[in-house]
Design a binder for this molecule. Sequence first.
Ligand code: NAP
Length: 325
Amino acid sequence: MARSRIFVTWPMEPAARAILEAAGTVQTSPTEEEATQEELARWAASADALIPTGAHRVSEAVIAAAPRLRVIAVAAVGYNLIDVAAATRRGVLVTNTPGVLTETTADLAWGLMLAAAQRTAEADRFVRAGQWTGVTWSLLLGDDVHRATLGIVGFGRIGKAIARRARGFDMPVLYHARHPDPEAETLGAAYRAKPQLLAESDFVVLAVPLTPETRRLIGEAELSLMKPTAFLVNIARGPVVDEAALVRALRERRIAGAGLDVFEDEPRVHPGLLELTQVVLTPHIGSASRATRLAMATRAAENCVAALRGERPPNLVNPDASGKP
Ligand code: NAP
């Protein structure tokens, strides 16, 4: 039987690559740069398996141009850039990497909360610019995080990991999701409808997947419910927030600040956000620790190999796909 051909869209970590090599011939992209749709289609055309990062869009056109393709093993938990419906129609399995990046992403959510409230990114720029001339009483005054009310929208793996960290900060925790969560009570988190959560929270952290329902979950109306002293943190996906509405709310001081790891049109950042000092910006690095990247690559490789062996991969997201022999 011919060996499976596996294409990986970045120069994969050797330990994860070794898992794939047991199941087929592996080709990796020579660079980490985002591939064009044409490049991706060319790579996928002769592949049995494609392993993209969460930043690669795998459109219907790419899937249609890949007659042998059996599995798309995304190295991310969010698979919103994959046309899952098109994959399912063509019998292609899609998998993701839930769980292995939860704690790292929760850490970054906290980093953004702290940085926005304590103005640490702004303070760093201030020192580097040589503007620090003495210790003055009201220099770069910020806001406290401890004992503030934390509101988490999306109370899944990452939302709960963010909530667990709030204990050490002595914070009341509110959460919103479509369904109240049985674990919430043990985490000390209270359910709120979205408008109530927005009105009561000092920090609103978004940890939902991007779906048709969560696109622009936070727009003009939602921002207007937040306290003028509150901060918005988005570690979910950019399109969950209406960026233009956020810029207006920040400019008009209708909310105090924001910490953003994700953007509507990455890597483009709304120019209005770049002008605002009360916003902390990071370039989609929520899961970017050395250990977690390796864990994501490993999990993607394991999912890929299971699919190629005709087994049900551990993290199958489209169980309706028939698979290919
Ligand atoms: P998860 O365990 O599936 O949790 C998702 C949560 O969102 C659940 O509580 C779900 O509850 C809720 N939810 C879904 N649709 C909703 C809606 N319409 N309104 C309100 N709540 C909704 O996912 P996870 O592992 O925590 O990851 C969450 C997302 O974080 C990922 O999908 C990914 O996009 C993002 N992420 C970003 C980074 C980064 O680098 N910045 C890293 C990792 C993950 P219900 O079903 O009850 O509504």
